[in-house]
Design a binder for this molecule. Structure first.
Ligand code: B12
Length: 309
C-alpha cells in the first residue's frame, strides 16, 4: 500500500479519499475548466484504426440479422448460428457424450461440444446437451405466420353466454391424468370459462370419450371440452378424431361445439381432426369462450332452436 501524500490534489468531481483542494472552489474541476463528468463533450472517442478489422466492418456482417431481414439463431452475438440440442442417449456416461457429438455432426451442427450430461438412471441412459452451430439463415419474409385470432369484446362474450345459458361438459380423455391445464380453462380462480358465466360439468380425468358425449346429451351441453396432454403414438390426435366421429355417429355433430386442448395441440389441428377449435400452451378461459361464441354464431342453431346473436 502506498500512502497518499498529504497535499495530494485531483481536480475532478468524483473522487475517493482525501483530496487537498484549494479553498474557494465551486467545483474541483473548475481548476481545469470542467471534467468529463461535468462536460461530456470533452470525452474523446477513439475510432478503431485498423481498416480491415474494426467495429464498423464487424457490425456490417451482422446487419441482416439485426435489421430483421434474415433470422439465424444466436447465443454469443447477433446471428452467430449457435444452437443447443437436448438428447436422451440410451447408453452409459462413457459412451453417451461421444455418441452425442457424433450425432450432432450428423445433424449438420458445426463445432459440436457437450455442455451438460446427466445420468437419468444407470439402466436407462443419459440426458445430454450439445452446443453447436448452424450455417443457414432464414428469410423472415418466407415465413408463413399464422394470423392472430380476433377476440370479440368481453362484454359481448358475457352477454351471449348469459343469453344462451352456455354450458359445457369437460374431462381429460383416454388415460390422461394431467388435470391442471383443463382446470385452468374451467375454474373461475384461474380466470377460466366460469369467470365469464359458463356453467360446466367436470367429469374428471381419464374419461372415455363416449362417456363425455353421453354426458353432453344428458345435460344438454352446448360444448364438449377435452384435454389431451399425452401425445405418445399420436394418441392426442386419435382422441380428437374419435370425439368428432362419435358425435357424427350419434347425430349431434351439428348441435354441439367440440373443443380440445393440450400441450402438444395447436390451432391447425381442429381442421385436421374435425373439431371446432383446438388450443395449446398458454390458453386462457377467455380464448375458449371466444371460440365457443364464434362457433355458436356459425352454427346459428343451437340444440333448442334458432338463436339470433
Ligand atoms: C404435472 C405433470 C404431471 C402430473 C400431473 C398432475 C395433474 N394432476 O395434472 C403427473 C405426475 C401425474 C404426471 C404424470 C405423467 N406425465 Co406428466 N407432466 C406434468 C408437467 C410437469 C406439467 C403439466 C402441467 O400441469 N402444466 C401446466 C398446465 C397449466 O399447462 P398445460 O397442461 O399445457 O395446459 C394448458 C394448455 O395445454 C391448454 N390446455 C390443456 N388442456 C386443455 C383443454 C382444453 C379444452 C383447452 C381449451 C385447453 C387446454 O390450456 C392450459 C392452460 O393454458 C408436464 C411438463 C410440462 N412442463 O408441460 C409433464 C408432461 C405433460 N408429462 C408427461 C408424461 C410423459 C407423463 C407420464 C406418462 C410419465 C410416466 N412415464 O409416468 C405420466 C402420465 C400419467 C397419466 N396417465 O396421465 C410428458 C408428456 C409428453 C407427451 N407430450 O406425450 C410431459 C410433457 C413431460 C415431458 N417433457 O416428458 N405428469
Amino acid at each position: 500500500m502506498v500512502p497518499r501524500d498529504p497535499d495530494y490534489m485531483a481536480p475532478v468531481c468524483d473522487h475517493f479519499g482525501n483530496n487537498a483542494l484549494p479553498d474557494g472552489l465551486n467545483k474541483p474541476c473548475d481548476l481545469i475548466g470542467g471534467c468529463t463528468l461535468c462536460d461530456p463533450s470533452k470525452i474523446v472517442f477513439i475510432d478503431e484504426l485498423d481498416p480491415d478489422d474494426n467495429c464498423h466492418k464487424r457490425l456490417e456482417t451482422t446487419r441482416p440479422y439485426r435489421t430483421g431481414g434474415k433470422i439465424k439463431p444466436e447465443v454469443e452475438w447477433a446471428g452467430d448460428g449457435i444452437v443447443l440440442v437436448q438428447l436422451f442417449v440410451p447408453e452409459n456416461e462413457d459412451i453417451a457424450p461421444v455418441y452425442a457429438v457424433e450425432m450432432a455432426k450428423k445433424m449438420g451442427l458445426g463445432d459440436p461440444e457437450v455442455i451438460n450430461i446427466q445420468v437419468m438412471h444407470p439402466s436407462e441412459g443419459c440426458f445430454v446437451e450439445v452446443k453447436g452451430r448452424v450455417d443457414f439463415e432464414i428469410d423472415r419474409s418466407s415465413l408463413k405466420i399464422p394470423e392472430k385470432e380476433v377476440m370479440l369484446p368481453e362484454d359481448e362474450l358475457r352477454r351471449v353466454v348469459k343469453e344462451v345459458g352456455l354450458k359445457v361438459v369437460a374431462g381429460t380423455v383416454g388415460e390422461d391424468e394431467h388435470s391442471v391445464g383443463l382446470r385452468e380453462i374451467l375454474d373461475i380462480k384461474h380466470g377460466g370459462i366460469e369467470k365469464y358465466g359458463v356453467k360446466y360439468h367436470y367429469l374428471g380425468t381419464s374419461v372415455p370419450v363416449d362417456k363425455l358425449v353421453d354426458a353432453a346429451i344428458e345435460t344438454g351441453a352446448h360444448a364438449i371440452l377435452i384435454s389431451t396432454i399425452i401425445s405418445h403414438n399420436d394418441v392426442h390426435r386419435a382422441q380428437m378424431r374419435k370425439l368428432a366421429e362419435l358425435c357424427i355417429e350419434k347425430g349431434i355433430r351439428d348441435k354441439v361445439i367440440l373443443i380440445a386442448g393440450g400441450t402438444q395441440v395447436n390451432r391447425e389441428m381442429a381442421k385436421e381432426t374435425g373439431l371446432d377449435a383446438t388450443f395449446g400452451r398458454g390458453t386462457k378461459g377467455l380464448h375458449v369462450v371466444n371460440a365457443m361464441v364464434k362457433a355458436l354464431r356459425s352454427m346459428r342453431r343451437t340444440w333448442w332452436g334458432f338463436c339470433g346473436y
